[in-house]
Design a protein around this ligand. Structure first.
Ligand SMILES: [Zn+2]
Length: 179
C-alpha cells in the first residue's frame, strides 16, 4: 500500500465535495467519486443518486468511461470505501472497479457495518490494486452522512464511525436500510 500524495488529498477532497450533490436520504450514504488519469486530468465523476436513486458514485463515474479508454494508469477517488455488497443492484462498485482495469483507488472513510458488510479495501488489494486510505479526511464524509450514521448506529456518534468501525451495531431487532 502506498501513501497519499498532495494531489491525492486534493482530488479526494473534491470527491468528498461532490458527494454533497447526492439527493438527501437516510437510507444510503452520499458518496462522490472522481476518476483522474496519470497526468492529472479528470476523466469522469459521479455521485450517489446522480440519475437514478440506486446509483452509486463509483459505478456512475465508471459507466461514463465504459470502453472509452485504458484506465490502467488512472486513479479512482471515492469519499467512501467502494462497496462489496449491495441490495439494489448485482454489480458492486469494487467489482466495477476491477472490471474497468483501474489499478489504484484512494478513499477517505471505511464503510461502517451499518447498511452492508463491506470489504472493499481488502477485495481490491487482493485484486492487486494499490489502495490508499486517507483516514484523516474521513470526518468530512461522516459529517456529510450524519443522518445515515446517526439514525442507524446505536451508542455511537458519527465522529467515531471512521476510526472505530468495529464498534457499530445496527439497532437490535431491526434491519438497516438498503444501500
Ligand atoms: Zn457501491
Amino acid at each position: 500500500m502506498s501513501v497519499s500524495t498532495v494531489p491525492d488529498r486534493r482530488w479526494l477532497t473534491s470527491a468528498i465535495a461532490l458527494s454533497r450533490l447526492a439527493p438527501p436520504s437516510r437510507a444510503r450514504y452520499a458518496v462522490g467519486a472522481i476518476v483522474v488519469d496519470h497526468g492529472g486530468v479528470v476523466l469522469a465523476a459521479g455521485h450517489t443518486g446522480e440519475s437514478d436513486p440506486h446509483d452509486h458514485a463509483e459505478e456512475v463515474a465508471l459507466a461514463k468511461l465504459a470502453g472509452r479508454c485504458d484506465l490502467s494508469r488512472a486513479t479512482l477517488y471515492s469519499s467512501l470505501e467502494p462497496c462489496t455488497a449491495r441490495r439494489s443492484r448485482p454489480l458492486t462498485c469494487a467489482g466495477a472497479i476491477l472490471a474497468a482495469g483501474i489499478r489504484r483507488v484512494v478513499f477517505a472513510m471505511r464503510e461502517p457495518p451499518l447498511l452492508a458488510d463491506c470489504h472493499g479495501a481488502e477485495i481490491l488489494r487482493r485484486g492487486g490494486l494499490d489502495v490508499v486510505e486517507v483516514g484523516d479526511l474521513a470526518y468530512l464524509v461522516a459529517e456529510i452522512n450524519n443522518d445515515v450514521l446517526g439514525v442507524t448506529a446505536v451508542g455511537c456518534t458519527p465522529r467515531c464511525a471512521p476510526t472505530r468501525p468495529g464498534t457499530h451495531r445496527t439497532a437490535a431487532g431491526t434491519t438497516g436500510p438498503a444501500r
